[in-house]
Design a protein around this ligand. Structure first.
Ligand SMILES: C[S@@+](CC[C@H](N)C(=O)[O-])C[C@H]1O[C@@H](n2cnc3c(N)ncnc32)[C@H](O)[C@@H]1O
Length: 286
């Protein structure tokens, strides 16, 4: 009988994706009504990768302009960037924008971390200004990317920020302790001269890419249904090199042959200012 129960649990467990271990294990049966179900892996994407790219590029370009295309001691790249941005760069010098202003300007809304509306749920993420339209890229899940075969045991101990992608790739979005050290070390390792290939500022209270707070989005409940969902996004080869500095993800392994994995949170409906974002920590793939 025990064997049958274990087999049933194992079969059900195999269907779950996007798992935050160990919280999900303890809460597996509490929010059955809010489970997200998809019929095929490919159908898990709510919007196309192109649409996600467009949103990220729009925001990152505004951020780059607001930082004055400043890459310190790398004048060649700086010159190229200034050329590429051209006239817009000139306009921006008169009207510099930072972080949240950039988000409002590029995407039409702002998000930020605040104490959750749910009791005992710690910090949550809220829309603080503007309006989020259905299908928008609302946040990014930052962290170190571990392929299925890479060891994550030490980093995962008592770590509620380990996110599991549909294909088993793990993202460690913890901004403290060993996870923080690992991210910074991998990010420093991957820089191209003075040009950063990832953003470490999500580890601080004020990330320069304000979307990079998706690891603080709480799980929905029966009372508060999900208004955002996770979606994998592999950074395309043609993603402008000077904009990689705003990507809040880095590969654990230097010689990973796969494109950089990011995870974005996409809105399931229109979301107004003042609302907290809730995702579904469980996705069932049939
Ligand atoms: C990925 S973290 C989310 C950020 C977290 N709220 C914090 O302040 O660190 C996941 C953890 O958030 C908490 N959490 C998420 N959704 C919750 C909910 N609906 N009710 C209570 N706690 C929740 C649980 O402690 C869970 O382990």
């Amino acid at each position: 009988m025990l064997k049958t129960a274990l087999t049933r649990f194992h079969n059900k467990w195999k269907l779950y994706r996007h798992r935050f271990v160990p919280w999900v294990v303890l809460n597996l049966y509490k929010n059955e009504k809010t489970l997200r179900q998809v019929t095929e892996r490919s159908k898990d994407k709510l919007v196309s990768d192109e649409k996600v790219s467009q949103s990220l590029l729009k925001l990152f370009r505004v951020l780059l302009r607001s930082h004055g295309g400043n890459h310190g001691e790398f004048p060649v790249i700086q010159t190229q960037i200034v050329k590429q941005i051209g006239k817009e760069e000139e306009e921006c010098k008169d009207n510099p924008v930072r972080g949240h202003d950039a988000m409002l300007q590029a995407l039409g809304f702002c998000i930020d971390r605040k104490p959750s509306t749910l009791p005992f749920a710690g910090t949550g993420v809220f829309v603080t200004k503007g309006f989020v339209q259905k299908g928008a890229t609302v946040a990014m899940y930052p962290g170190t990317i571990y392929q299925v075969y890479e060891p994550v045991l030490l980093q995962s101990i008592r770590n509620p920020f380990i996110f599991r992608c549909i294909d088993g790739v793990l993202i460690d979005g913890n901004d403290k302790g060993i996870s923080k050290i690992v991210f910074k070390s991998c990010s420093g390792r991957d820089r191209l001269g003075p040009l950063m290939m990832s953003d470490t500022s999500w580890l601080t209270p004020s990330p320069q890419n304000p979307l990079a707070v998706g690891q603080y989005v709480n799980n929905c409940s029966n009372k508060w249904p999900a208004n955002v969902c996770y979606q994998e996004y592999d950074v395309p080869d043609n993603f402008p090199i000077e904009l990689h500095q705003y990507l809040p993800n880095v590969n654990y392994s230097q010689d990973s042959q796969r494109p950089l994995r990011c995870v974005v949170l996409v809105s399931l409906r229109d979301i107004a200012a003042g609302e907290e974002l809730f995702s579904n920590y469980y996705t069932i793939v049939h």
